[in-house]
Write a protein that binds this ligand. Structure first.
Ligand SMILES: [Zn+2]
Length: 124
């Protein structure tokens, strides 16, 4: 389950991203972009993140995962297209010299912190 290592990386980046003056605030939501070729299962990633984030500022934070389509480009004719699965032949010229332009990434787009702590009643 390689999601566990990824969840730990995300947690580390999230913790490093909290500005000093916001120390003590809770992370509400982490917005991620995950390439479809990265082989990350969002449900597993959420589960692992919940485990590693326990007792940290990110405990209970929501992981919002946006899946990024895979974009490939043919090196023979320059045609670029979006693929849903691993098909590595150019649909235009049938060339096999394909380059992946996107789809393998895992980016943290933004992190949402709650401004205050304990002031408002939390419905949970
Ligand atoms: Zn081509």
């Amino acid at each position: 389950m390689h999601e566990m290592g990824i969840a730990m990386d995300i947690l580390r980046i999230v913790q490093e991203s909290i500005p000093a003056e916001m120390a003590g605030s809770k992370v509400q939501r982490v917005n991620l972009k995950v390439g479809k070729l990265s082989a990350i299962v969002p449900e597993s990633l959420r589960f692992c993140f919940n485990v590693v984030a326990a007792n940290t500022a990110a405990e209970g934070a929501e992981l919002a995962v946006e899946e990024v389509p895979v974009v490939a480009r043919c090196n023979d004719c320059g045609h670029a297209w979006t693929i849903d699965e691993a098909v590595f032949v150019c649909p235009k010229c049938r060339g096999a010299r394909i380059e992946m332009l996107s789809g393998r990434e895992l980016d943290i787009v933004s992190i949402e912190l709650s401004e205050e702590e304990g002031d408002h009643a939390d419905p949970r």
